[in-house]
Ligand binder design. Structure first.
Ligand code: DAH
Length: 354
């Protein structure tokens, strides 16, 4: 198409344009570096001074007019593009929301939250330690020397590498955190330690990795009576059964003296467990007064300080409370299972809101 300096011509041409790309093409054609107007400006040099003046003015006026017209057209095109977009992308607020999956709280986590909640209300704080422990913290300091038969009860996974010539194990219980805490802090101590533990075991009630919660209280006066009161209160609150039937049975742990195990009563009908009452007993935890040797191993004067400790399996507590029959199902990552046994975040019945 021939190019001219006629304002009507250019206005008609611009008006016919329907896209920003086309408009840009026209702009370059006219006022680009090598465009029509630049050429016209260059050819001014061939004219006389008088002609140059007249033609120069005409070119400048045309240029301003052109720019103005093309900019107006550009805004018009942008506005209609936006309107078209708004028209096409209308949101239908009446559509039903899309179904979406929320995560579930695993029953083990739920149980841990509940345990933490109850013990925090009794003034215990939460401690943690590493899964890979030294032989000293896991066994020796807890009065389980090498070759002690109690080591066999806790057959574990040994790690080949030694650090500072010391054997490393996947901790068989959360009790080593007692040792760490006593070595690091001075009494009074009042802690619980929920965490992962490991043993070389696998059947319906045992998995090679499982969870325990350890408790430790050290001061200068706490006795076995306090230990009993604390555990009875905990279990009643945990199972939400006020008249829970329980018994303490003498037992043996190398790290406590005297030692006991606590059982709760239950009944079982067609594989359904009912906890709290009945004619059968189920062992639920181990406990005792911390052995003076353990205190001394942890640099605490056993003539001034005393206290109690306890340890229990979180899977077992969870299975009993929520009616789960196979411990292995906790760790099979089956979504259907998790949907059934998992908890909605709002089910967290902790008063502390953890
Ligand atoms: N550590 C023991 C275990 O894994 C559980 C235990 C029993 C812990 C008695 C204690 C305790 O602190 O006093 O079998």
């Amino acid at each position: 198409m021939s190019l001219s300096l006629d304002k009507n011509d250019i206005t008609a041409r611009i008006n016919k344009i329907s896209s920003i790309e086309e408009l840009e093409k026209l702009r370059i054609e006219y006022i680009g570096k090598k465009g029509f107007l630049s050429n016209e400006m260059q050819s001014l040099s061939l004219l006389s001074i008088e002609e140059k003046k007249i033609k120069g003015q005409e070119l400048n006026l045309f240029k301003s007019f052109f720019e103005q017209t093309i900019n107006n057209k550009k805004s018009d095109l942008e506005i209609s593009a936006l309107n078209e977009k708004l028209e096409n992308e209308q949101i239908d607020a009446t559509l039903p929301p899309r179904d979406f999956n929320t995560g579930k709280i695993h029953p083990i986590s739920q149980t841990i939250y509940k345990i933490i909640d109850i013990f925090s209300s009794m003034g215990f704080s939460v401690e943690s330690g590493p899964d890979i422990e030294t032989d000293f913290n896991n066994f020796t300091a807890l009065n389980i020397p090498s070759h002690h038969p109690a080591r066999e009860m806790q057959d574990t996974f040994y790690i080949e590498d030694k650090i500072n010539n010391e054997d490393k194990v996947l901790r068989t219980h959360t009790s080593p955190v007692q040792v760490r805490t006593m070595l690091e802090t001075k009494p009074p101590i009042r802690i619980i330690v929920p965490g992962r533990t490991y043993r070389s075991d696998s059947d319906a009630t045992h998995t090679p990795m499982f969870h325990q919660v350890e408790g430790l209280l050290i001061d200068n006066s706490s006795s076995m009576a306090h230990l009993k009161g604390c555990l009875i209160d905990f279990l009643k609150e945990f199972f939400e059964i006020n008249d829970l039937q329980y018994r303490f049975r003498p037992s043996y742990f190398p790290f406590t003296e005297p030692s006991a195990e606590m059982d709760i009563a239950f009944t079982k009908n067609n594989d359904v467990w009912k906890v709290g009452a009945g004619d059968q007993w189920l062992e639920i935890l181990g406990c005792g007064m911390v052995h003076p040797k353990v205190l001394e191993n942890c640099k605490i004067d056993s003539k001034t300080f005393q206290g109690f400790a306890f340890g229990m399996g979180i899977e077992r507590l969870s299975m009993l409370k929520y009616g789960i029959t196979d411990a292995r199902s906790f760790f099979e990552s089956d979504f259907r299972w998790l949907n059934h046994y998992g908890f909605d975040p709002l089910d967290l019945t902790t008063s502390s809101g953890i």
